[in-house]
Write a protein that binds this ligand. Structure first.
Ligand SMILES: Nc1ncnc2c1ncn2[C@@H]1O[C@H](COP(=O)(O)OP(=O)(O)OP(=O)(O)O)[C@@H](O)[C@H]1O
Ligand SMILES: [Zn+2]
Length: 761
């Protein structure tokens, strides 16, 4: 494998990065035995750069090489860093310097990836090690995998003493000299394994060992995509040109739902793959939901791409990581974590559904996948396409300012047109008591059943009911660990906390006043909606799509197939049904509670609700039959609802942009949230007070809080929030670092910094 570098080459790269800068101080030189070569290492522990001793017996060090080092009594993975450690003053003496224990036989991480790690760490105020850990997620990927028997023909092989048709077929198939497994060769020659083994025995074929991981299929770029419409062609050509020219080039592909954005960026992908060894990355919001995407990719390129997300098993992760590192795997489609994969030669990135909130990582290193993808493209010097029917305010502003090239698709493919969107004023057309469907929506569903067309009902609430209340004493059943109600899940006969996972069986009597049969479910969830639909449309075939009913990607794929094949009439789902699906026979979308996302009202509530409802609306009428969307609302005059009904998202986003600009709100200003948490409420409050006392303040920087977080308790920890608001251009990270430097930090309180927060809970 390619980790061995020529000595002079390694040293040269090292010098370029200033590795030998502190030669004098630590007397380091590669050279005679006994001298110490000090190298900087970042480990996967949440720390910065540390010094280690490089054994002279090892090949010369090079930035990016992956090593194993001792750290606090453990052995941890690490990477040779491209800058000297910053332990100035308290430098470990040569004598105490610990040695690098192992050099893994995998290619070094690229310069470009190391730069990304450094950038993300600095931007999110996270330790380098925490970010690096995301690049090295699978220990097994670093080890040589189990091997298997391979077979090939070489010029040294003697022809067999006895020749048969079958044997000749095998030798013909093996004549290309490729190493294959026995079953592979047998299959290619259409013979049984025994024929191949016979030839191996008499040395007419050579036996070798090959790595157990089978290679990924290579995409076939000679295939052509569909004929593109004029506006699709213009967009595709712009992207292809940028890929051909190379270099950083960001695009916003802003095309209405069903306009063929996928077909357009597939063209860019095909262009990139024309260069031998080039790799491409497609980020998608929730990979479990992409069975249709994978089928389309397969249809277009003749193979399946490498898939990367948290549900992929260890063996497959190992295989993927290694082959991405060696450059053999060419196309990767993945969730945001795929951004940190060790590509060798990244030539093109697409972020599909770029507006999707799930790109923001809310645990560990708090980064935004879309934004960091742009940074990676910059370092990899390659084009990037951000695609969406409902672009984020951030990307729209970048497109308007000319930082991104904006490519527009204004029409749906073929005969399809955007669906008609109507609002049902629930004040005038209320549902019957105890039900959630207005008579108008029911009528529309009836029509679709009669015409054998499909209906999708959208309600972004998992479970049966969001609240269980005692009719006698008014007690509401809450989570003992979190400030949240327990949600009834009737399919599972449980009450469940959606924040910490705490669950209890549904009680027979009120836990507070002990009255039997006094608990009532309040409000609807998808399970309750299912009950109603099932009762009102007894002959309909109904499917429920939520993360509770779809526990694996396979289950999701099965249901998606069922819908696409017309084996379901009504699909009830949460936000997982909004993502990019194409069901030709689906002509009605009903939104049960269009106002749901507007309540609570954080900075992006309007933008997010618009995006979500426009996406779910976009599932209707994507083929030859026209679509209709009905929004049930108690606030039909709300700007978001009218924008949807008037098909005028552009206007809405413009107004929203103007409002934010006036208030210096993102993306026209900067926010950073501080989340203080700990088991003891008093100390958390004390930390808040200490931070408030030393908070920075000027005309362009303001700090709000501390205040109890809306989720004031999660998993037994008390939480408070502070919010730093700064004008654009203020060095928020520097300000925060300085602020913390001046503040007494209590060890029992965790202070998390969320730069560009999306969640305000
Ligand atoms: N030029 C074309 N020729 C043939 N079929 C096309 C063409 N363009 C798009 N389509 C088809 O139209 C449908 C919608 O396209 P696609 O899914 O790419 O749209 P999209 O813009 O990604 O939509 P969404 O944002 O809703 O996910 C797909 O079935 C796609 O194969
Ligand atoms: Zn809880």
């Amino acid at each position: 494998m390619a980790c061995t570098v020529r000595e002079d080459e390694g040293k040269e790269r090292f010098m370029q990065h200033g590795f030998f800068d502190d030669r004098e101080q630590s007397q380091t030189e590669t050279g005679p035995k006994g001298t110490v070569l000090r190298v900087p290492v970042v480990t996967t522990a949440p720390l910065g750069v540390l010094d280690y001793r490089w054994d002279n017996e090892m090949p010369p060090p090079e930035p990016g090489l992956i090593v194993e080092v001792p750290l606090g009594g453990r052995k941890v993975r690490g990477v040779i860093w491209h800058k000297a450690s910053d332990q100035s003053g308290k430098k470990v003496s040569d004598a105490k310097l610990k040695s690098i224990e192992k050099l893994y036989d995998v290619p070094p991480l690229s310069e470009e990836l190391l730069k990304l790690v450094a950038w993300v760490a600095a931007y999110t105020l996270s330790p380098l090690g925490s970010v690096l850990k995301m690049c090295l997620p699978v220990q097994a990927a670093l080890e040589e995998g189990p091997s298997q028997t391979g077979v090939c023909w070489t010029a040294d092989c003697a022809p067999p003493a006895r020749m048969t048709h079958a044997r000749q077929a095998v030798l013909d198939a093996a004549a290309d000299g490729r190493v294959r497994t026995v079953p592979e060769l047998a299959k290619t020659a259409s013979v049984s394994d025994a024929v191949v083994r016979g030839l191996m025995k008499c040395r007419a074929l050579q036996t070798t060992t090959i790595a157990a991981d089978s290679p990924y299929g290579q995409p076939d770029i000679s295939r052509h995509g569909p004929e593109l419409s004029q506006e699709q062609t213009i967009a595709a050509e712009a992207i292809k040109n940028a890929v051909f020219t190379g270099g950083f080039a960001p695009f916003l592909l802003d095309g209405i739902t069903g306009s063929g954005k996928t077909e357009v960026y597939f063209e860019g992908l095909a262009e990139a793959l024309k260069t031998g060894g080039a790799q491409v990355l497609v980020l998608v919001p929730e990979i479990a939901l992409t069975s249709q995407w994978l089928d389309r990719f397969h249809h277009r390129f003749g193979v399946r791409p490498v898939v990367w997300h948290s549900d992929v098993g260890q063996a497959e992760r190992r295989r993927a990581w290694r082959q991405i590192a060696t450059g053999e795997a060419r196309v990767v489609v993945g969730a945001r974590s795929a951004l940190f994969l060790p590509f060798r030669h990244l030539a093109f990135i697409t972020v599909d559904e770029e507006h999707d909130p799930s790109y923001k990582q809310e645990e560990g290193v708090l980064y935004h996948g879309r934004d960091m993808a742009v940074v990676r493209a910059k370092y990899a010097e390659c084009p990037i396409v951000l695609a969406s029917a409902t672009p984020s305010m951030e990307s729209l502003v970048n497109a308007n300012s000319g930082r991104y090239v904006c490519l527009k698709l204004r029409e749906r493919h073929g005969q399809a047109v955007l669906p008609d969107i109507h609002t049902i004023d629930m004040r005038k057309h209320p549902p019957a008591a105890g039900s959630w469907l207005s008579p108008k929506l029911k009528e529309a569903i009836d029509k679709r059943l009669f015409r054998h067309e499909q209906t999708m009902l959208f309600l972004n609430r998992r479970g049966y009911a969001p609240l269980t209340l005692c009719r006698t004493c008014g007690h509401r059943i809450e989570c003992p660990n979190c400030s949240a109600w327990l949600v009834e899940h009737r399919f599972k006969h449980k009450l469940e906390c959606h924040h910490c996972g705490h669950e209890i069986p549904v009680p027979e009597a009120c836990p507070q006043c002990d009255t039997a049969d006094s608990l009532v479910a309040c409000g609807p969830g998808v399970e309750r909606l299912f009950e109603e639909v099932n009762r009102d449309f007894p002959s309909a075939r109904i499917g429920v799509m939520t993360s509770d009913t779809m526990e694996s990607p396979t289950e999701t794929a099965t249901m998606v197939h069922q819908i696409a094949e017309g084996r379901l009439d009504i699909i009830i789902g949460t936000q997982i049904v909004t993502k990019g699906y194409h069901f030709p026979n689906l002509t009605l979308v009903g939104v049960i509670d269009a106002d749901l996302g507007l309540r609570g009202g954080d900075l992006r509530a309007g933008e997010r609700t618009y995006q979500q409802l426009e996406q779910v609306a976009g599932r209707a009428g994507r083929a030859d039959k026209p679509g209709e969307v009905l929004l049930q609302s108690y606030e039909p005059d709300h700007p978001v609802i009218t924008a949807l009904a008037n098909n005028d998202g552009e206007h809405l986003m413009r107004l929203e942009g103007e409002a934010r600009e006036k208030l210096h709100m993102p993306p026209f200003g900067r926010l950073a949230a501080l989340i203080l948490s700990g088991p003891n409420q008093r100390t958390v409050m004390e930390q808040g007070r200490l931070l408030a006392v030393s908070a920075p303040a000027s005309g362009s920087v303001q700090v709000y809080g501390p205040a109890p977080a809306p989720m004031a308790r999660v998993r037994g920890n008390f939480r408070m929030r502070m919010l730093l608001h700064a004008h654009k251009g203020e060095p928020v990270q520097v300000i925060i670092r300085d602020w913390f430097g001046r503040t007494k930090m209590l060890p029992e309180v965790k202070v998390k910094v969320d730069i560009d927060p999306y969640s305000f809970m």
